[in-house]
Design a binder for this molecule. Sequence first.
Ligand code: PLZ
Length: 448
Amino acid sequence: MTDVLDQTGLQQRRHLVTEIPGPRSQELMARRQATVSAGVGTTLPVFITRAGGGVLEDVDGNTLIDLGSGIAVTSVGNAAPRVVEAVQAQVADFTHTCFMVTPYEGYVAVCEALAELTPGDHAKKSALFNSGSEAVENAVKIARHATGRQAVVVFDHAYHGRTNLTMALTAKNMPYKHRFGPFAGEVYRVPMSYPFRDGLSGPDAAVRAISQIEVQVGAGNTAAVLIEPLQGEGGFIEPAPGFLTAISEWCTANGVVFIADEIQSGFCRTGAWFGVDAEGVVPDLVTTAKGMAGGLPLAAVTGRAEIMDAVHPGGLGGTYGGNPVACAAALGAIETMRAEDLVGAARGIGEVMLPRLRTLAERFPAIGDVRGRGAMIAVELVRPGTTEPDAALTGAVAKACHARGVVVLTAGSYGNVLRFLPPLVIGRDLLEEALDVIEEAFAEVTGS
Ligand code: PLZ
């Protein structure tokens, strides 16, 4: 038990005063069901009133430990003071002009920060958008325009968004694609390195992928290879060492644009500024969103100046892309990451979580794999002694965590991955308590 307050004054503890969901949340869920499309899902039906540090407070007065960060967004913490201050100042000055009509400094400052922080010391330029999907769409537009080629190569288990082009880039049918076709063309999928399931070394897995590209697509037709350096929705799949390097070297040798989708893995999440940093890979283009702006909608494509400048003037844009309030939030978030060493904080989270989860895997044989880096950690659940996915168990453990006031998310093509994405500012006590709860949940659900 802790009476630590976060900077917004929210007590940093798990405290349940009703069942989850409580009565007020249930009333709001009834209103939601009457008016919000059934197509929009709910992981945990509690309605939130306040959040900060590592906790979420709900309408019934419960406080829950947050191991989701709104899907890897509130890395700097919810309502982080520098973000709040920057947003409040900006919103009072002006809320929108459209950067394409009359520009403002915040947009430029975000692009300067992106040039400085993304991998590589070559000349870089950026364009800003509203969502991760939109950034990915634009990265593909830019790569096609710059190369004069059309094919885009993506990987098994990939997730890149829900718009028409990005649905085509995303691997999983349910719930993302089912009956939403027809999908965009010139998208080709090749096998990902998935050490738990394929047992291949990184270089061998790269040979498998590259030979498929060469045989089925042709290097000369390929505009871009698009990859998440550590896959997110696909189940936190970390390619074997050497895989990303080999793929990126093949791209360079063949004039193919190597695009790293760092929307989930970027901005300190993996214990480095970007997921590709683990292998020292320098992408041609990088897509970012989520953690970059502390909860406000902002996304970017950043990359080699000559590629980014290949597009004709006016070829990129959108009404809201790089909105001034979202840019102010990003500058506040990036300042927080630097001032509070959130790269180090993410590493520290991994150092606490990985050993505890490995111990758990010894106690519960359904945990087939423990993986991830920094504050992007997961366990993959299988029938003991096999690699057969156990989605039912995964859902049951997640539910048991939720009932105890710990927000966890699931992932994976087979729905059998329990993933953890705590805010990088979460306190150590709270993190340890969440791990205790996860252990209790496994014990309850497996009856052991
Ligand atoms: N690329 C790597 O992780 C978004 C999706 C949640 P948007 N991931 C969360 C859901 O079910 O819709 C994501 C990602 C990677 C692209 C995206 C897309 O980003 O901001 O959701 O459009």
